[in-house]
Design a protein around this ligand. Sequence first.
Ligand code: TXA
Ligand code: MG
Length: 347
Amino acid sequence: MKTLYLTNSDRDIQKAAEIIRAGGLVAFPTETVYGLGGNALSASAAGAIYAAKGRPSDNPLIVHIARAEELFDVAECVPAQAQRLADSLWPGPLTMVLRKRGSLPYETTGGLDTVAIRCPANETARKLIEYAGLPIAAPSANLSGRPSPTAWQHVRDDMDGRIDAVIMAEPCSVGIESTIVDMTGLGMAAEAAFPADDTLGGGAPSGLPLILRPGLISPETISEITGLFCGYDDALSDSALAPKAPGMKYKHYSPKADMTLYSGAFEAVKSAMENDARMLEAQNVKVVSLVYEDAQTAAKMLFADLRRADEAGAERILAAALSGGRSLDYSVMNRMLKAAGYKIKEV
Ligand code: TXA
Ligand code: MG
């Protein structure tokens, strides 16, 4: 298949929308990472997405909408607190898991009765969904097992020849994927529909929102808006537990190089990394070192840096762990830990 490269002019976005309406696949920018979009209402489009990514089909896709009101097109019951989150945080990097409507095929939700919904802030993304006139199912536009793409060139590297089109736009401003919050535990109707031991793999604790994937939007923000305690899925800090978001069980984001995180006081970490890099280089080992000023920069750069390290043929990646207690540090560390296979050196 020859992949078409489009700009983000209105005319080209119309063309991309036409491709999606016809059942094709288009990669497009969002503020978090680039997405690989197809018609969320079509079982065969969902199947094509899994095939293009090489992704297991039990890993559900996120459904993207252009306006918060379109929530009702895909979700069956919307608890008041979910509505409040949509009103306050959409468009933006928040994905909510809710009970799905019957019209949404199980191919899109990986066989689940729930659906992950997101209303992206990126203008090109919103125009694409609006022009298509459909909800767009979109995982990150990387090959399964590669870091999420934060620039269109990353999409080209992974997907050229595998999808119909790529919209070439700016690099992503956030750089890590959206926060996923499970809202299925809220509201009378939801509780009746999902008793605690239902097929959801546990689902959110009854009555409370639960973060299944950390991102830019923090649990504190969600607590403030909903007035409810919001915690993280226990599996995020305990690799022996099964994560409630099916996709979180895969070892994502792993570079070809062997990666180690250095944890401790910043100056001590920097000098330990320098020493180790010198030692390895003396043995002709190709080393890439990653040190970020702050969590925002780390979020924006991490995936691109992991790809660059691979391209440079790095055998070892030495990275300074983020130590700030804030939620974005935690979110970036979640990705760094996976990339490093949880290998940490305390200094
Ligand atoms: O920022 C983002 O969310 C990006 C952009 C393109 O919007 N998308 C993205 O999609 O990261 P993907 O497919 O790479 O990750 C989706 C995650 C997976 O871990 C999946 O298991 C989880 O969302 N997920 C989807 N539907 C779910 C559901 N009904 N219940 C629990 N987890 C769900
Ligand atoms: Mg992904």
